[in-house]
Design a protein around this ligand. Structure first.
Ligand code: ARG
Length: 457
């Protein structure tokens, strides 16, 4: 087929080159936005008197028909037409004849591809925000059920101080709220129309850039034609947001994997979200959580690839930039699938309250509280720390927990310790006393959940 840009060429493109530089196999997924963008451009060309209104109408009708045909799966894209932009143009010319050749007036594929990608990304950001919203609600629902479920809080993966499962879950809630805000902010820079930047130096035609931007729902137009076509910050920024979301999911998954181990048994993944082993009949593996953790790597990879593609590019457009799409699409797909499967996975898992409680009683998670108890009885904190350290060593060599000690045993270490110590160091008291704002006491977590409900509304 004759190329749309074939005028100055006297030879056909090499077959290998055609295959190598063609992007239709992946950028065809932009067809909807490409056509919407072209319709807005065509309407503007007519309104501005750059082409006759009659031609503008013909082009728009033709484009609408092409959109319906692609939607219904009737269209075979042509590899030799290189990309989605020229495929649509070829289809248009085939459909309406020479009038179709007027569509590309005052436009370049350089501003067109930036337009399409921004429109695509804006829609995907909205979908992803919806998925984050669903996940946040799932977490709130789960947290509400576990306000009294005491579990050990960890530092260095060593039992540290008792918290509740609700409080632990609400830490993730905060992360996903930030993630949604970050996407909101990213979208401010995505939702800007580059159309009218031309190849790089604008155009000699009196384009109404604002009209196109408004029809397509953009908040404004880009302010420099060179930047308009050479900017891929919006792709990179989105990929950074996606990487952070995947990092949060991956940390959560890492905990779920740990919690579902035979050694811990805090949670039991539903059969529908686990898989077995082909050789070991007893196995039930948390594959979904592992896969999300694993896929985080490729989302980071896409980000680093794109940063690397862009780092040496002179202004303005360079074909290198076509490399943005596969990584972007892969990032969007991976993130959406991960979010989609993660919410029901945590909603359906069984939470083993007894195991969590037992674990929080072991490991001396109430040692700080015992030290605080001594401080309240008049001992300086540093001395209290020393006394409790000795008590822990004593317990370890006698295979006991602090709660198991008799008053006599306690008094061997400090005469300040009395019968009231047991209430003070019960894990329930330890949690409830931590009633500082943002702390694990049920009152605080309830407040956090209520505030969270307002945020996700
Ligand atoms: N397929 C190209 C891309 O994705 C479209 C822009 C091509 N522009 C050009 N001058 N070759 O980047």
């Amino acid at each position: 087929m004759k190329k749309l840009w074939g005028g100055r060429f006297s030879k056909n493109t090499d077959k290998l080159v055609e295959d190598f530089h063609s992007s239709i196999s992946f950028d065809k997924r932009l067809y909807y936005w490409d056509i919407k963008g072209s319709i807005a451009h065509a309407r503007m060309l007519g309104d501005a008197g750059i082409i006759p209104q009659e031609d503008s109408r013909k082009i728009i009708i033709g484009l609408e028909e092409i959109l319906a045909e692609i939607d219904s799966g009737k269209v075979e894209f042509d590899l030799s037409a290189e990309d989605i932009h020229m495929n649509v143009e070829v289809l248009l010319i085939k459909k309406i004849g020479d009038t179709g050749k007027k569509l590309h007036t005052g436009r370049s594929r350089n501003d067109q591809v930036a337009l399409d990608t921004r429109l695509y990304l804006r829609a995907e950001i909205e979908t992803i925000q919806g998925l984050l919203q669903e996940l946040s609600v799932t977490i709130l629902d789960l947290a509400e059920k576990h306000l009294e479920t005491v579990m050990p809080g960890y530092t260095h993966l060593q039992r540290a101080q008792p918290v509740t499962f609700a409080h632990h879950l609400m830490a993730y809630f905060q992360m996903f709220v930030r993630d949604k805000e970050r996407l909101e902010d990213c979208n401010k820079r995505v939702n800007i129309s580059p159309l009218g930047s031309g190849a790089l130096a604008g155009t000699t035609f009196p384009l109404k850039r604002e009209q196109v931007a408004e029809e397509l729902g953009f908040s404004r137009i880009t302010l420099n034609s060179i930047d308009g076509v050479s900017d891929r910050d919006y792709v990179i920024e989105f990929m950074s947001c996606a990487s952070i979301i995947m990092m949060h999911l991956s940390r959560f998954c890492e905990e779920l994997i740990f919690w579902s181990s035979q050694e811990v048994q805090f949670v039991d993944m539903d059969d529908a979200y686990s898989t077995g082993s082909s050789i070991m009949p007893q196995k039930k593996n948390p594959d979904v959580a592992e896969l999300i953790r694993g896929k985080t790597g490729r989302v980071y990879g896409n980000l680093i690839a794109m940063l690397t593609v862009m780092k040496g590019l002179p202004l303005a457009y360079n074909k290198d930039m076509q490399e943005d799409k596969e990584g972007l699409f892969d990032t969007v797909d991976t993130l959406k699938k991960s979010l989609l499967v993660f919410s029901p996975m945590i909603a359906t898992m069984k939470v083993n309250r007894e195991k969590m409680l037992t674990a929080s009683k072991g490991g001396f998670t109430n040692a700080t509280d015992l030290a605080d108890y001594l401080v309240k009885k008049g001992m300086p904190f540093r001395d209290a720390h020393e006394v409790v350290g000795k008590l822990v060593a004593y317990c370890l060599s006698n295979d006991k927990s602090l709660d198991d000690l008799s008053v006599e045993e306690f008094q061997g270490f400090s005469p300040l310790i009395k019968e009231d110590v047991y209430r003070e160091i019960s894990v329930y008291t330890c949690v409830e006393k931590r009633n500082s704002p943002g702390g694990p006491a049920s009152e605080q977590v309830k407040t956090a959940i209520e505030a969270g409900r307002k945020v996700v509304k």
